[in-house]
Structures are given as C-alpha cells and as structure tokens.
Design a protein around this ligand. Structure first.
Ligand code: ADP
Length: 495
C-alpha cells in the first residue's frame, strides 16, 4: 500500500511511489462522440467561419493531443452576433407568447438528456474532468436548469408580483472552463426564459460542447439569432463586454478579469452580474460525523481537481479532532485514483491547462517556502498531460498565500480553531465570500453559524450540492448578483 509523502521547507521533493490500495480493471467510456476536426462560430442560427479565418487548437489536457480547431472570433464576429441577436429580438422570438418560449426550453432540456452520454464524453475529453463528474453532475444539472427555467417562462408575473417584467434585450455572457456546458446552460436558460437573446463566449480551452449545444439549439428549432456563440480568447470576451449594443453582461471567471470588466462598464447603461473567485472554508466541528466529513472534504476539493470557485480549499478543523481528521484524510488519499478521465473508476482527472498547472505549482511551492507542511498522494501520474497529485497542507497560518489565494487545484489548506466564534472569524477572514461548509451533529450550531458566515452559499453536512432552484453567488470579491432559482430571473428582466 502506498503512503502519502510529505514535504517541508528545504525537504527534498517526494519520490512518487506507484503503488495503490487496490487495482481495478480499466473501464474507459467509449461511445462515438461525433468530435469534429473544426468548430466554427454559431451566428444567426448557422455555423459560420470567423471573419479573419483564424482558428486555434483545443487540446485534451489528459494527453496533450489536439482535439479540434476552434474558430477565433474577432470584434467583427462579435458585432455580427450582436446584430443577429438584436434582429431576433424584433423577430419571432420577441413576439412569441411566453408559454411557447417555455416549450423551446423544455425541448432543449430533453435533447440534452438524450445526448448526455456523448456530451459528457466530449466534456471530459476537452476539459480533463473525470467522466463520473461530467456524466453525473454536469449533464444532469445542465438539463435540469433548462427544465427549471422552462417552467418560469410563462410565470414571470408571479416571480415579480405587482410588476410587469419584460426582457432586457441582448445579453453578453462570458463563461469559464471549469463547467463549460453547465455554465452555458446556467446562463442561457434564465436569459431565454425571460425573452432575451444572447451572445455567449465560452472559455478558450473548453469550447467544444458549447458548439454541440448550438447544434441542439438549431435542432430544437430555436429561431435564428436567439443564441449566438462566439468562441475565442480574452480579446473576444473584451469585444463582447465593450460592444455598445449589448444591454447586459453576465460574467463568471476570475476576480482579476471581473474587476477589469466592472471598471470597463462603470458609467455605462449596461447591467452587470459577476460570479468570481472563492476561498471557501469547510468547517469541521468536533461533534461532526468525521468519516462523513472526510468524504465531504474529498468531494469539496479533490473529485473536481479543485476546479470549482466554491471548492472547499480551506479546511477549518476544531483542534480536538484535527489529528483524527488529518489521519483519516491521509488514509483516504491513498485510495484516490488519479488518471484517465474517461475511465469510470477515476476520482481525480487532469488539470485543465498547462497554465493552470503552473499556477497551482507556483502556489504550492510558496506554501512550502512559507513553512507549511505538504502531504501528497503517492499515486502514479501519467507521463503525458497536466496532472497534480491530490495534496494537503498542515501547519498553515492565515497569512500564508495558500490560505488566502484561490488555488483552483486539488490542494487543501488545513487550519485549526478552538471555538465556533474563532471558526467564523477565520472563515470570514478572506477577501472572498462565495461558499462555505459546516459539519456538526448539532442543528443549533448550523443555524447560528450559517447566519454569521459571509458566504453566498453555505452547505451543512454536505458539500458542492447544486440545484437549479437554489440561488448561487457571492459576497465581497466573489462578485454580485445571483444565478439560479427565482433570484436568477432578476438580472434578465426590466421591471
Ligand atoms: P479563469 O481564471 O477561470 O481562467 P478568466 O477570468 O481568465 O478565468 O476567464 C474566464 C472567461 O473570461 C474566459 O471565457 C476568458 O476568455 C474570458 N476573458 C478573459 N479576459 C477577459 C477580458 N479582459 N474581458 C472579457 N473576457 C475575458
């Protein structure tokens, strides 16, 4: 059995030990996925080449092999997309009764379900997340968002009693790479339910499923121009933000880019919602069911490679059980399977890109240099691709960079506390406030702490659970505005 290795300042790097607690036979997911060689933009209901004819490669982060060429959308393409979206507002979409609009959303939801296996495989190939996650979380939730908001389309008056909601107009939506299809669904569904039209900009490393979603939209008969998808990198996103004929921007991504966008839009008529970074505290009280809490910790940070802005990347453990929790976590690290994301047995997949891996490594090195002790799973890592062994730091203080900065990788920082008050103070001691978790046997503690935690979402005795009926969004530098639930309609209506 392999033993996790630990590293302190000036200690030598651990040699990876390639043993495992047990071995399963490989179980790779393999269905024909219809991966194309080249993906164009989706504008006005059609796939069109980018204005200057340029494409960039999308690679599989688990193998470093190129998957496809993706169109690099320019400001000209964004302008074409905005014009198509504006035209659609004045066309059949704008005149359609709300109940009819809802039917399109139901149809899209059902088609997502029908094609979910294929889309899950594509998502995993393009993004590196384990098939278990894309199959069991991303795809069902993407369909659930369309189903949920389909129901709202003709009931908006009940969401805003005494008011008359009308669409805002053309929404520009910019999404990140951690949940490519789910983020698209998350943003498109409420916008369409409220009668808006959209220009969507996927993240440059994960554009493939967005274009497959475009096919579904076309197959569902959605009128042309209602949704336009312009792939590309930073400049394409910036062109969406600065386009004068866009009425609302919804952005999910880094706090850094969120600040740039907020500055750019200050003083304009455009509405803005931002869902940015996080440094969630997952709090384990001494009376918590520890085995269950340890599973929740794994779910909060390792099973998604830490690639979620709400990842429970700071573990706050009550001092009296800290040793027991660390021991259980160390034991559990041994059995985590890191590797082929298409294998159904895989727990931890690939890091999304070379750049992201470099960021994780830099921050982990800073943790070691600042004196925290690093423990890493001694699991075999594939020779090709971008990988980081699930890790945790003990001996962390609040001033360490690993305790303050978003790491977006499978790396946990463990801190301790003595009283619930101290736990709250430590949890809130962050520029972020997106999410938090509490593990305790006492309902009264949950109620008390939930109200004191400055976080948009607080999970109690569970972690990373999502539901389209529940609003999601942050405090402080984690952004503003809520997505999901009835709250998620507000950014898309004029009252
Ligand atoms: P992450 O750190 O999660 O990669 P980013 O904030 O860099 O997130 O990217 C999130 C999304 O924002 C991506 O689609 C990216 O292309 C886009 N983006 C990056 N820079 C800008 C910018 N200056 N303006 C608009 N969009 C941007």
């Amino acid at each position: 059995m392999a033993t996790p290795t630990s590293r302190k300042k000036s200690a030598a790097k651990p040699t990876l030990d390639f043993g495992h607690a047990w071995d399963y036979a490989p179980a790779p997911e393999s269905i024909p996925v219809g991966l194309k060689k080249r993906y164009d933009l989706f504008i006005g209901g059609k796939c069109v080449a980018p204005a200057d004819g340029k494409y960039f490669a999308s690679t599989n982060p688990a193998t470093e092999k190129k998957l496809a060429d993706i169109a690099a959308g320019t400001a000209k393409d964004v302008d074409r997309a905005v014009k198509a979206a504006r035209k659609a507002l004045g066309g059949p979409w704008g005149k359609m009764p709300a109940a009819e609009r809802g039917k399109y959303l139901y149809r899209i939801a059902r088609m997502l379900q029908e094609r979910s296996r294929e889309l899950a495989v594509l998502e995993t190939m393009d993004g590196g997340k384990p098939i278990r996650e894309s199959r069991d979380i991303d795809l069902p939730l993407a369909a659930a968002h369309f189903f949920y908001y389909a129901g709202w389309a003709d009931k908006l008056a009940y969401a805003f009693p005494g008011r008359t909601p009308s669409p805002i107009g053309v929404a520009g939506q910019i999404i990140p790479w951690n949940f490519p299809l789910l983020m698209a669904a998350w943003k498109l569904a409420p916008a369409l339910a409220c009668g808006n039209t959209v220009v969507l900009k996927p993240a440059e490393t994960t554009s493939i499923t967005a274009i497959h979603l475009a096919e579904i939209l076309a197959d569902a008969g959605l009128p042309e121009g209602v949704v336009n998808i312009v792939t590309g990198a930073e400049q394409t996103g910036a062109a969406v933000v600065s386009h004068p004929d866009i009425d609302k921007i919804a952005f999910t991504g880094s706090t850094e880019v969120g600040k740039v966008i907020a500055k750019g839009l200050a003083g304009t008529r455009k509405r803005l919602t931002l869902e940015l970074g996080g440094k969630a505290a997952n709090i384990v009280m001494a009376d918590a069911p520890l085995d269950q809490a340890v599973e929740g910790i794994l779910n909060g940070i390792y099973f998604n490679q830490g690639h979620v802005c709400c990842a429970g990347s700071r573990l706050l453990v009550e001092e009296s059980v800290a040793e027991a929790v660390v021991e259980k976590l160390t034991t559990r690290l041994r059995t985590l399977r890191v590797g082929d994301p298409l294998d159904k047995n895989t727990d931890v997949g690939a890091i999304n890109s070379r750049e992201q891996l470099a960021r994780i490594r830099e921050l982990v090195d800073s943790g070691v240099a600042e004196g925290a002790e690093l423990t890493q799973a001694s699991c075999p890592l594939p020779a090709k691709g971008y990988w980081f062994a699930p890790s945790f730091f003990t001996g962390v203080t609040a001033s360490h960079r690993i305790a303050r900065e978003e790491i977006f990788g499978p790396v946990l920082s463990i801190l301790t506390f003595r009283t619930p008050e101290e736990a709250i103070e430590r949890a809130n001691n962050s520029p972020y406030g997106l999410s938090a978790g509490i593990w305790t046997d006492k309902g009264s503690k949950i109620f008390k702490m939930v109200h004191a935690l400055k976080a948009g979402v607080v999970w109690a005795n569970t972690y990373n659970k999502f539901d389209p009926t529940s609003p999601f969004g942050g405090y402080k530098e984690s952004g503003f505005g809520r997505e999901g639930g009835v709250h998620g309609l507000a950014p898309y209506v004029r009252l």
